[in-house]
Ligand binder design. Structure first.
Ligand code: ATP
Length: 236
């Protein structure tokens, strides 16, 4: 089944090492959070999974397949979709055109329609605004569109980078409710979040990163009750 496993992964930007010996597992259908402060390496872990950063050492397996040598554009056809920080929508295209871009690697129009309907059911706001230019949408709507676009690829694993960034509390609530709903349909989720509180409330398991290393891992409730985590990341 679609299990993701990173084993002793190290990665670099030029000469600078960003990841050290990363061991991380996502079981099928799990929500796993990666928390940690700015620059800890959370985004780099997601980029490594989706093939945008190549591990220099270690192994990266998904569904029994070696991902480390897979091109970034084919990672999505293996069932992994990445919603990058900052959303990266096509600003001058409509919401619906953006969504359809998420299905580009498939060419079955009937399937595309089914997936579009599913995204519009999950995010009714997008259905109302399907013809609006993406660049004119609010931050929350853009986040919904970015997640919707990723879902159009029918992923079994969704990589979410800072979905709460810059959104008002009410919108964060809507987005996270939908993230749980997507997970309840069996999609595994790797959630990178600056807000440790939100991440630990949402995930079943979590990893804490510092300086490119995983320094703690356990169930979300273990980390929530960990004194060091409470003090440094939950402000308690
Ligand atoms: P944030 O929450 O601030 O995005 P993060 O935990 O996601 O932080 P990363 O973005 O993965 O951290 O960055 C890890 C380290 O790699 C940092 O020291 C960062 O400066 C460095 N880094 C990230 N992207 C690049 C890049 N394109 N070129 C060089 N160094 C980079």
């Amino acid at each position: 089944m679609s299990r993701l496993e990173l084993s002793r992964v190290s990665a670099f930007y030029g000469d600078a090492q960003a990841l050290f010996d990363i061991d991380l597992v996502v079981e099928p259908g799990e929500i796993v959070a990666i928390i940690g402060s700015n620059g800890a390496g959370k985004t780099t872990v997601l980029r490594t999974i989706s093939g945008l950063v190549r591990p220099r050492e270690g192994s990266l397996q998904y569904d029994g397949r070696d991902l480390a040598s897979t091109h970034p554009w084919s990672v999505v056809s293996h069932g992994i979709a990445h919603v990058p920080e900052g959303r990266r929508l096509f600003r001058d295209m409509s919401v619906q055109e953006n969504l359809m871009m998420g299905a580009y690697h498939r060419n079955n129009a009937a399937d595309g329609k089914v997936d579009l309907d599913r995204v519009y059911t999950l995010f009714p706001r997008l259905a109302e605004r399907r013809d609006q230019l993406a660049g004119t949408m609010s931050g929350g709507e853009q986040q919904m569109a970015a997640i919707g676009r990723a879902l159009m690829a029918r992923p079994r694993l969704l990589l979410l980078d800072e979905p709460s960034l810059g959104l008002a509390p009410k919108i964060i609530e809507t987005v996270f409710k939908t993230i749980r709903e997507i997970n309840s349909e069996g999609v595994g989720i790797v959630l990178v979040e600056q807000s440790a509180q939100l991440a630990l409330e949402t995930a079943q398991r979590a990893y804490l990163m510092e300086n490119g290393r995983i320094v703690k891992t356990g169930s979300a409730s273990d980390l929530m009750n960990d004194d060091a985590v409470r003090e440094a990341y939950l402000g308690l």
